[in-house]
Structures are given as C-alpha cells and as structure tokens.
Design a protein around this ligand. Structure first.
Ligand code: NDP
Ligand code: AKG
Ligand code: MG
Length: 466
C-alpha cells in the first residue's frame, strides 16, 4: 500500500477494504478510489458523490463514511501526467479493491485503445454485470417496460474486444493474411482479401466457463429461475458456439443438482405427459423432422434421451425439474427481439463480450435509456463499478446529463459492500424524484408535464427525497 498514488495522498482517515477467504472485509471508513471520467463524467461524478455521501450519512448517522479517493485516468490524467492510464491508477484500484469510475473516451478508428477495456483486462475483471430493470415513472418506448428484469453477465476480458487487430496495409496485416491464406487455408477456396484489416476473436474455455459459472451462481443466490446463454454459434462455431457448449458443461458438471437444461426439460416433460413414450418417440418430439436427418444424428438424439433419463430421471423427473434453474440458449440476433416481445421469459443473460456490449445498450433503452443503466466489472477480489453509457461528449460540462447510471452503479457498489440501507435509500429517492416528474432532459422530452432538471438539481432533489 502506498501513501500516495499519482502524487495524490491517500485520505488519512480511511482504511482499505480487504479480501479474506473469498469475502470482502469492509471498514466503516473505507477508502474507495474513483475515476471522474471524461466528458459528462465530470458533471455526473459531482452529482453522484453528493448523493452517495448524503445516503450514507442518513443511513448510518456518521458511523460509516466513504473516504473517496480520486485516481487519474483519461484526459484529466493525460493533462497532468502525460499518461492515459498511469500504473499508479491501476495499483490503487488493485490495492483498494473496490472502486467506481466515470466513462472514458475511446477514439474511433485509431489513437489509443480503450482505457475502460484495458482496466478490465489488467485487473482481470471478467464479469461485466449490468442489471436492467424498470423504475416506476420512467418513460419507455415499449408498452410494458416493467416486464423486463434481466441481469446481463457479459464476459469482459476476451472476444474481438481483446483488441488484437492489424490495420490494413501494415506489414503485420500482410503477414497475418499471407499465413492464413497460404498456410491455414491452403487448398481452400476461402481466402481473406489482401486489402483487409483483420481482428482476432479469442474465446477460451477459461473465460467462458468462469463467466457462466458466475452467472449461474448469481441466479442461485438471487432466486432467478433462468440463465440464457446468448451466442452467435450457428455462424461462429468455434468461438460463440464453443461458448454455448462450455456454458452447458458448467451447468451440468458443476451445478447438476440445481439446474436443468432446456432439452432435458423437454425430454422429462414429454415423459411426464406420456410415461409410455419410447426413447425413439421422445427423440422425434424434441427434434421435429428427425426422420429426414442423417441416421447418425437420429441415433445421437435417441442416445441423448436415454442418457438424460438414466442420469437425472430420478433426481429431476416427475416435475422436479420445474423447480431447478432452467439453462437455455438463444442466438444473439434473436435475443434482441425476444427481450422486446417476451421480456418475462428472460432473467439472467450470459454472453460473450461484444454481444453483451450491444445487448446492454439495447436492453437499457427498453426501460428508459442509458441515463439509468448501471454496471459493475467484477473479478475475484476486485470490483470497478461503472455506467453502461459513454462520455456523451456533446453534453459535457453543461450540467444537463442524467447522473442516474453512475448513481445506480453506486447502489450496486453499496449492495456489494453490504451497505444495503444506503443502497435502498438511494434507489427509493431516485424513484420518488422521477415520480415527481423532476427529471433530466432525456426523460423530460418523453414525459408529459415534467420539469426539466439540471444534473445538479436532480441530485439535490434526490437528497431532499431521502
Ligand atoms: N465504459 C465507458 O467508459 C464507455 C465509454 N464509451 C466512450 O464514450 C464515448 C462516446 O460514446 P457514444 O457512442 O457517444 O455513446 P454514449 O453512451 O456516450 O452516448 C450516446 C447517447 O446516449 C445517450 N446518453 C448517454 N449517456 C447518457 C446519460 N447519462 N443520460 C442521458 N442520456 C445519455 C445520449 O443520447 P441523446 O443524444 O439522445 O441525448 C448520448 O448522446 C466514446 O469515446 C466511447 O468509446 C462508450 C461506452 C462505455
Ligand atoms: O471502452 C469504450 O470506449 C467502450 C466500451 C463500451 O461500450 C462498453 O463497455 O459498454
Ligand atoms: Mg457499450
């Protein structure tokens, strides 16, 4: 532990959060680093910190207090240190274990790589958890926003997001393309065009399994009934398809007593509807058209039916599977329409990095937009909370942006620390403020008779409403 990071002294009255035997030990005055963020991050952080401090004071009457500690990243850091993400910043977020950050700018097409992604990778924050639920009074583009209540578990360290890319025309890109075309694809008609830029999409057993494991554990701990593996495995078979396969393996191998896969539920359900059903008949029900498929495929489905009945017929049969967590999977394009049309069917979504990025913005839109879209990047022993949205630069320093996403990321942080009273106070005061129709521009433009509040005014009203 250092006494200062980036030359900024650590608050003298705080103590670090510790991590012992898989649990966080939280002092009453924890030092919690924060990164203010670029663009609208500045306005948002000012407002959010006031709300957090007021909630903690109200909940614990001075017994508990967060000792906020600014660490530098992004444009502010570059101006002060000529470094976008100084080593000291990463060290502080590691040393103090739990932190919160505003959004950081990533230029499109060139320039620096994402600092947000770098921090997740450097700290191995492999779960990006983004809960999406409706708060009463929030304007939404759909008729029943309250039906969506999902928690997205997005793999956070690999995929095309790992940033392994080679720019078109560079010696690296040429070498890479030549290797793939002349060696890996030798004899194939498939070729990469010579004028391509290329990116690599690594999806590992390690990365996939630990993410799905966390998602299922979350479902178990929080009474959620479904975990859906979201992938594009029909097209990207050995990356997205493998993610799906490894996800099911985790469910079956590590959570056998508590889970049923969708196919297993069909097999057991068919048998309950007709106890005399043969394995062949059951196979035909779970794979319609099986009679037209290759013989080996038909045999493999019959073998699957027999194996399911033999292995979990006793433990999960006779309807017992209905009380287990259902593990299913959906192809990524389909899930975008599914969460709109059948929102109640989904509860926990576990997915690869890029899919999770897309889905989290889309799902947020359904319950009111990026203004109230919180998140957390979680590893084993480390957590960095941050909103789903970016820097929204056109609103920077205008005191107009909705601070709700960072404030709700703070709710996640307080829940994570076990400071539930502060978390609930913030959540209920936000809901009350929205119901009073005292909202920032993004909600005001969609509501009848609302008052347009500045960022700072919204925070002040929230504090009054606690
Ligand atoms: N984790 C991070 O730090 C992230 C960083 N980024 C980075 O942020 C930069 C800007 O990205 P951009 O694509 O514009 O995406 P943004 O998420 O920053 O903004 C897109 C639009 O979403 C709406 N929006 C975003 N935040 C809020 C908010 N707090 N309240 C209300 N509305 C909001 C605004 O819509 P409207 O115009 O309709 O009002 C805004 O114009 C990029 O450099 C990007 O790489 C992006 C995502 C995450
Ligand atoms: O790092 C960035 O600039 C964008 C990241 C992003 O969109 C996300 O993580 O949701
Ligand atoms: Mg995103």
């Amino acid at each position: 532990m250092q006494s200062s990071y980036n030359g900024i002294p650590v608050p003298p009255n705080g103590q670090p959060i510790e991590y012992k035997d898989g649990s966080y030990v939280v002092p009453d005055h924890p030092v919690i680093p924060f990164i203010e963020g670029d663009g609208t991050g500045r306005d948002i952080w000012k407002a959010s910190q006031r709300v957090f401090d007021a909630a903690v004071e109200k909940a614990y009457g001075g017994k508990r207090k967060v000792e906020w500690y600014e660490v530098l990243a992004g444009e502010k850091s570059y101006r002060k240190t000529q470094d976008w993400l100084p080593d000291d910043t990463v060290k502080a977020t590691v040393d103090f274990r739990v932190s919160i950050k505003g959004p950081l700018t990533t230029p499109v097409g060139g320039g620096i790589r994402s600092l947000n992604v770098a921090l997740r990778q450097l700290m191995d924050l492999y779960q990006c958890i983004r809960p999406v639920k409706y708060y009463a009074g929030v304007p939404s583009p759909v008729k029943h926003p309250e039906k969506l209540d999902v928690v997205i578990f997005r793999e956070n360290t690999e995929d095309i997001y790992a940033g392994i890319e080679f720019r078109e025309g560079t010696p690296e890109a040429k070498r890479f393309i030549a290797f793939v075309n002349d060696d890996m694809l030798k004899g194939s008609k498939k070729k990469i065009r010579l004028d391509s830029g290329v990116g690599v999409k690594p999806i590992s057993i390690t990365g996939s399994k630990r993410l799905v494991r966390a998602a299922i554990q979350y479902a178990l701990d929080n009474g959620r009934k479904t975990v859906t593996l979201v992938h594009k495995g029909n097209i990207q078979k050995f990356t997205e398809g493998a993610f799906r396969e490894w996800g099911y393996e985790v469910a079956v191998e590590e959570f056998r007593a508590d889970t049923v896969t969708e196919r297993e539920s069909w097999i057991l359900g068919n048998l309950e509807d007709n106890p005399k059903l043969t394995a062949e008949e059951n196979a035909a029900l779970i794979e319609p058209g099986i009679e037209f498929a290759a013989k080996e495929f038909g045999e493999s489905v019959i073998a699957e039916v027999k194996a399911v009945v033999a292995s979990i017929g006793a433990s999960h049969g006779d309807g017992k599977w209905k009380s287990k967590i259902l593990i299913n999977d959906r192809i990524a394009d389909s899930i975008f329409q599914q969460i709109i049309i059948r929102p109640s069917d989904y509860s926990v979504l576990a997915t690869t990095n890029l899919n999770g990025d897309y889905i989290s913005d889309a799902a947020a839109a359904q319950v009111g937009g990026l203004g109230i879209a919180p998140g957390g990047n979680i590893g084993d022993g480390y957590a960095v909370f941050e909103a789903t949205h970016g820097t929204a630069p056109k609103y920077a320093d205008k005191d107009v942006i909705n601070p709700g996403s960072v404030i709700l990321s703070g709710v996640m942080l307080f829940d994570f620390l076990g400071w539930k009273e502060a978390a609930r106070l913030i959540e209920s005061s936000m809901e009350k403020t929205i119901q009073q129709k005292f909202v920032t521009y993004d909600f005001e433009r969609q509501m009848q008779g609302a008052t347009k509040a500045k960022t700072s005014e919204f925070a002040t009203r929230m504090i009054e409403n606690m």
